[in-house]
Each structure stands twice: as C-alpha cells, then as structure tokens.
Design a protein around this ligand. Structure first.
Ligand code: ATP
Ligand code: K
Length: 317
C-alpha cells in the first residue's frame, strides 16, 4: 500500500466517515416509558452514512479506502467482515477498546412511526493521528468524501488534507447542522445535500426546484465550486460557479418501497463517477447517480438495497 506507485495501481477514491450497526424491532405500537412490550420482527443491518456511500461506490467497481473507527466488539468485528465482503480495504478501519461500535436502535410501529436512538460511539474517536496514518491514501486518492457523523473538526481536517493535495473533495453535510464552520465550504469542491440539510444550512425551506437553485447559489457564495441539492423523487438540482443557472436533473418515476439510504447511494455513485469518469459532464454523472439511487428506493434496507455494477445497464459504465 505504501509503494510509490500507489496512485498508478490504486485508481482510488478515499472516504472518511462513520460506520454503525442498526437493530430494528417492529411492534404494533411504541412502548411507553418503563413499559416492556413484544415485537413481531427483529432485524439488523449495516449503516453509517460514510460506510453506506463507500459500499455503493465499491459495488459500482471503485477501489476504495475506508477511514473510520469501530469498537473492539462483535458489531465492530461484523463491520470489518462487511467491508471485506464488499471489497473495501480495512487497513484504516481502527478498532478501539474505548467505545462501542456506533449503533442505532430503532423501534417501528405498524403506522411506520419510530423511536430511534443513535450512539455515535467509536465514530467520535476517529482522530488526527488516524488521519496522519492514512495521509498517503488521502493525498493520492482521486476523490475524498466526508460527512458529519464523525467529529466535525476531523472531517474538516481531512477535507483540508485532501484539498491541499489537489484531491477532489465531495462533502455531504449530513446530518444537518446550522452552524457549519465556514471553512467546510472552501475545502469542498462539491457540496451535496438533501432538502432538510439545505434548509438548515441556509434558512431557506426547500420544496421545489427553484428553492433548491436559490440554496445552491448561496452555498456557492460561501466558497464551494459546485452545489447539488437532492430532491427525492424529483432527482436533483445542480449549481456550478462556472454556470450559475441552476439545472434540474429529474429522475425516473418509480414506486418507492423504502427510501432509506437513497441519499447515500446517490453520493456513493457520484463519488464513483467523479473518480473514474472525471471527463464526463457533471450533469451526466448526476443523471447516472439519480438512476442508481432510484434503484435503491425500490428495495428495502439501506446497503441491502444498493445495486451492483453487474446488475446495472452497462451503458452506465
Ligand atoms: N421516491 C423516489 N423516487 C425516485 N428516486 C428517488 C426517490 N427518493 C429518492 N430518490 C433518489 O435518491 C436521491 C436522494 O434522495 P433524497 O433527496 O431523498 O436524499 P435523502 O433525503 O438524503 O435520502 P434518505 O435520507 O432517504 O437516505 C434522489 O436525488 C433520487 O435520485
Ligand atoms: K432502500
């Protein structure tokens, strides 16, 4: 991995972020405080925005590197196995004794209402030393993707490392925060957010293509070169410094069965295209990313719903 030829042999993009395990119990109703009830189904799955995005990119054929931290526990061991199954190198997936693997406990009633408790755990222990160890991977990647499920200062440091090495940076400001450090904009070549995140960042509620365009322009004024706002079934809106007229890129109409993880599928697909087809017009990359994310909403689960390259129309590649 440390060879000088790394860039030649690993046409890679690098990702930094969160990995967590979620467990879900389906019940007829939500329990009251102090109450024990019986559920009728239980399942677990792998999540974390960073890991989801990495898995989607890897399934499209990207050589990836995951920089994150899990606990030295059974969920952490499971996650390492999950990365391996998806062809994602785990050299920079640290295992700590000092916190549990990030976890989300979910209870869903028959109306689809839920209680969710997320414990970020080991994700928050990813630190500057971990970034330094991965510095050669970060600075030799084609694309670096960051989110906000780890300590924001570490995401910012990673974006800065990548940006100053000339690596294309894709920042997904999720989960949304209102008071984002302004340097996030200047270290990001591309910011990609959904409607909720767009509103939290700018104060403008986003309900349609025009609102998304206005938000995109504001994000550009703050220093990024390209802003993308995803709009669920409406696809996405692109605003670029070079061509500031917002462009709407619609997606196919489908019957959605579970939209969980669609945003991460979209970001992972976009990272893949940026790394492997850098000369493709951005609009085309976004059309393809829409197409891939739209497949994910037609199946249940998060990573479980992400398509593989072999199952996709080959004109996407
Ligand atoms: N109902 C849908 N029909 C078709 N495509 C969809 C639908 N929902 C999402 N998508 C696709 O997924 C992309 C991302 O969706 P969205 O804007 O809802 O992100 P998100 O809110 O981050 O998703 P989530 O939080 O559910 O993971 C959209 O740009 C679109 O391409
Ligand atoms: K899904």
């Amino acid at each position: 991995m440390q060879s000088l030829d790394w860039k030649k042999t690993h046409q890679s993009w690098s990702r930094l972020h969160s990995a967590d395990k979620h467990t879900a119990s389906l019940t007829t109703r939500l329990p009251k405080a102090g109450e024990t009830i019986h559920g009728h189904r239980f399942f677990s799955g792998f999540g974390g925005k960073g890991a989801n995005q990495c898995v989607q990119a890897a399934r499209l054929g990207a050589k990836t590197s995951m920089i994150c931290k899990v606990g030295k526990d059974s969920f952490g061991n499971d996650y390492l196995e999950n990365f391996k199954k998806n062809g994602i190198p785990t050299e920079f997936v640290g295992q700590t004794e000092d916190a549990a693997t990030g976890a989300a406990s979910i209870i869903v009633n028959k109306e689809g209402e839920n209680f969710i408790v997320i414990v970020a755990g080991a994700n928050l222990l990813l630190n500057s030393d971990d970034l330094k160890r991965a510095a050669h991977v970060i600075s030799n990647a084609k694309v670096m993707v960051c989110q906000l499920e780890i300590t924001p200062a570490i995401s910012l440091e990673a974006l800065k490392m990548a940006h100053t090495s000339g690596v294309k940076t894709l920042f997904n400001p999720a989960p949304a925060v209102a008071d984002l450090d302004p340097r996030f904009y200047t270290y990001s070549d591309i910011i990609c957010c959904n409607e909720t995140e767009a509103e939290l960042l700018t104060g403008i509620p986003v309900g349609n293509v025009e609102d998304a365009g206005r938000v995109g322009r504001i994000l550009l004024e703050r220093g990024c070169k390209t802003a993308i706002v995803t709009l669920g079934p409406e696809g996405c809106v692109l605003v670029c410094a070079k061509e500031p007229t917002p462009k709407h890129i619609p997606t196919k109409k489908v019957t959605a069965v579970d939209t969980t993880g669609a945003g991460d599928s979209f970001v992972g697909a976009l990272a893949f295209y940026l790394a492997y087809y850098p000369n493709l017009p951005l609009e085309e990359m976004l059309r393809n990313s829409n197409f891939i994310a739209t497949i994910s909403v037609q199946a249940t689960g998060t990573q479980a719903s992400y398509p593989y390259r072999k199952d996709l129309p080959q004109d996407l590649f």
